[in-house]
Write a protein that binds this ligand. Sequence first.
Ligand code: ANZ
Ligand code: ZN
Length: 826
Amino acid sequence: GDRYDVHAVQEKWLPVWDELAPFRSGRPDDPRPTKYILDMFPYPSGDLHMGHAEAYALGDVVARYWVQRGFNVMHPIGWDAFGLPAENAAITRGLDPRGWTYDNIAQQRASMRRYACSFDWDRVLQTCDPEYYKWNQWLFLRLFENGLAYRKPSSVNWCPKDQTVLANEQVVDGHCERCGTAVTKKKLTQWYFKITEYADRLLDDMNQLRGAWPDKVLTMQRNWIGRSSGADVVFEIEGRVEPVTIYTTRPDTLYGATFFVVAADSDLAAELAAEASPSVRDAFGAYLDQVKATTEIDRLSSERPKTGVFLERYAINPVNGERLPVYAADYVLADYGHGAIMAVPAHDQRDLDFAKQFDLPVRTVVSVLGDDGAPLPDPAETFEATAGDGVLVNSGPLDGMTKAEGIAAIIAQLAGDGLGKAATNYRLRDWLISRQRYWGTPIPIIHCDTCGEVAVPDDQLPVELPPAEGLDLKPKGQSPLAAASDWVNVDCPTCGGPAMRDTDTMDTFVDSSWYFLRYISPDATDVPFDKAEVQRWMPVAQYVGGVTHAILHLLYARFFTKVLYDLGMVPVVEPFARLLNQGMVLMGGSAMSKSKGNLVRLSEQLAEHGVDAVRLTMAFAGPPEDDIDWADVSPHGSARFLSRAWRLSGDVTSSPGVDFSTGDVALRRVTHRTLHESAQLIEGFKFNVAIAKVMELVNVTRKAIDSGVGGADPAVREAVEAVAVVLSLVAPYTAEEMWARLGHQPAVALAGWPAVDESLLVEESVTCVVQVAGKVRDRLEVAPGISEDELREKALASDAVKAALGDKGIRTVIVRAPKLVNVVPG
Ligand code: ANZ
Ligand code: ZN
């Protein structure tokens, strides 16, 4: 019949593809060049949604394209299956997180199959499988052995509702990323990974990623690491034996320091307050309580009025002996730099705000010029600090120097006197990986009173999670595992005495920091991944995923890769050579949510329009980085286009294998240009433009069939086969059906990208007549689309024209592109 039955076509090809498994990546002896295409793996929180549908449609274009180009493509999928949502769902519904998780995985997997994702179903992994998390534990122990995993007591972000510790990255505007509850602080002994030891390399290796990762992501990573350089400067505190070191990025402003601030929650503040008068001691105590309830974001906010307590002490400026009053305040953080600062209100806005609040002096030491070349007004008058470069004043021997000269000179002077040195600081903190929750990887450490922290021996891995049955999973500030006494109480592997397992589980970001390596040898039982295979596949050629992971996941994966490189286990220092961040799918201009009532269900879209139309709509909506507003796109239009393309395949009357070279040249040119251009466009992530080219080819082919050329012309077969191959990247069912109607065997996904005949890419030319004073003097072969300016230039450059003109000047040149130029001599 001539009606395209989308659903019948889907049912027809799914079992055929199951049988053929066209996307099973080549095993070690495959001679084709390798290409590793990776989609960020999903969290199994329910069935696939529109966001997944977009991401996997785009990842599929890339993976299927490289398969067509003859590469041995690995395009695996798995599930990021540990974490809070499963545990919370289990608590609310009284279920085991396992059942909930594996049920959702099964549902998502079925949906991915139907959505025709080009995944290699032989490489699937689930992070909650003991076969997977065994290697989390094994890798943890390698970090532990190398001093990169350690425990320390510290004040941590605490979600009172989830009763769990949160990494800084999981605190959004002072609230828990998961549940939205306001985050507080709590002291706990926690496991950390020493990512700060890699801060410089995480920054410097980004040079390798420039142009291959979105600039936005690189900037976010750079800011997160937050390297700054300046100086450590030593200050005496009157009445204290030990001097105090501060960190400053502006040692050139040392002569402008008018007071001194220590972090209110630092040990130094507590010590100085304890020695102060009773009223100050009380004021400090009350202030500290307030500070502890304040989030770091608020503390750093420039909007909040500055607060603090004078501690009745003075610091001595090392360069001029001035006495600077010492305050405890919350805008200085205890764990950045040295937790104490010299305050230079004229040139630092935070210090100026504080000086205004506490009526402290403001001394300008840098004369800064504005955009208009005039000196900026005095910060003491305007209360606007001048942070820019300028000429140093009121600074003794530094007077007249620039900022850079001043920094170098003061560092040299302080270093000579043993009072300071150049220093670097990072905003990046070590990675807190302890979680007091059940549904995660147990930390493979045993605590023994005699031996301390003892690693579980490798041959006893995995430390399996005990069954959830009988455990109270409700959050309570201590891991539910602590109640599994049979599991917790063990013999110390070193001395054999009674000992206890660590009851924390790992942050699930540990799972996703190396999963891309496990896909490479998912069945390996004696190593986390096979070194030779890693050598063959890494780095990932193309990573596709949401910008929500721009900082955290990518930073941690980069860190793990560098650690594994140092351990000699992987040959690369950067895991992801190229990164594509797809936009979001919105509805009516805003993010979809059940509560807003603007949720578009993927299952309903697929039922209404078919898989191909939804996939095509995702890829055609615009540049992949942009958000898609589902209210603005037309899956109906996509479906209509697909049936138009499908109809072409029924109108081809030549046989497979016919010699294309005898076909209609005009149509052949369009076909070859489409193949050539769409390949370039896909490699440049301009999927929507590539699809527009195919639409054009479909139209031109339809015209050719219906006009003189006819369906028997070999060029028509060539065009329709090209349409099927390019469409196989976005609309695999339609493409397969077309391919079959054209007389071929499945799978069209493996048909191969048709070779482009370069001679058909050369634009046709037209003959342009060039006249001088109305007489034909030359004929030029030019492109039909040549511009008037270019044609004028070409004509005047002609030797015949120059000869005809002789030494006569030119009065005017009349250009009628592309056919005629008439030069009128002066
Ligand atoms: C004097 C000064 C003068 C400063 C000036 C800036 C401008 P980044 O770039 O973020 O590293 N600082 C140092 N330790 C701090 C802490 N624990 N909490 C809050 N602020 C701290 O900024 C470093 C600057 O931030 C340092 O340089 C210090 O203020 C402040 F015209 O010292 B500066
Ligand atoms: Zn022991």
